[in-house]
Design a protein around this ligand. Structure first.
Ligand code: HEC
Ligand code: HEC
Length: 80
C-alpha cells in the first residue's frame, strides 16, 4: 500500500468513527433538553385537556408556552 493510500485509509477511519459516535448519541427516543415540572396529578380520564386548566389561575402555564398544544405537554412534563 502506498503512503498516499494509507493517508486516505486513516481519513476514512476517522470519518467512520465520527459517524458511529454521532449515531450512538442520536439513537433511541429523542429527549427534550429542558424537562418541565413533574405533573402532580393524574394524566388519565378528565385530565386530557391540559390547556383547559392551565391557561389562567395559579396553575397557568408560563408565557413561553404560547402555541403549545395538549399533545406536546408530556414531552416535557412527566407524571410524578
Ligand atoms: C381538571 C383540571 C386540570 C387538567 C385537565 C390538567 N391539570 Fe395540571 N394541574 C391542575 C391543578 C389544579 C394543578 C395544581 C396542583 C394540584 O393541585 O394538583 C396542576 C398542576 C400541574 C403541574 C404542576 C404545576 C406547578 O405549578 O407546579 C403541571 C406540570 C401540570 N399540572 C401539567 C398538566 C398536564 C401536562 C396536563 C395534561 C395532561 C394537565 N396538567 C391537565 C389542574 C389540571
Ligand atoms: C419543550 C418542553 C415543554 C413543553 C412541550 C411544555 N412545557 Fe410546561 N414547562 C416547561 C419548563 C422547562 C417549565 C419551567 C420553566 C418555565 O417557566 O418555562 C414549564 C412550566 C410549566 C408550568 C408551570 C410549572 C411551575 O413549576 O410553575 C405549567 C403549569 C406547565 N409548564 C404546563 C404545560 C402544559 C399544560 C403544556 C402543554 C400545553 C406544557 N407545559 C408544555 C417545559 C415544557
Amino acid at each position: 500500500m502506498s503512503t498516499k493510500n494509507k493517508g486516505i485509509s486513516i481519513v476514512i477511519a476517522i470519518v467512520l468513527a465520527i459517524i458511529l459516535f454521532a449515531s450512538a448519541c442520536g439513537g433511541g427516543t429523542p429527549q427534550p433538553t429542558v424537562l418541565g415540572t413533574k405533573i402532580p396529578h393524574s394524566v388519565g380520564a378528565g385530565f386530557e385537556n391540559c390547556i383547559g386548566c392551565h391557561t389562567t389561575g395559579e396553575q397557568a402555564m408560563p408565557a413561553d408556552h404560547a402555541g403549545r398544544t395538549n399533545s406536546v405537554c408530556q414531552d416535557c412534563h412527566k407524571p410524578a
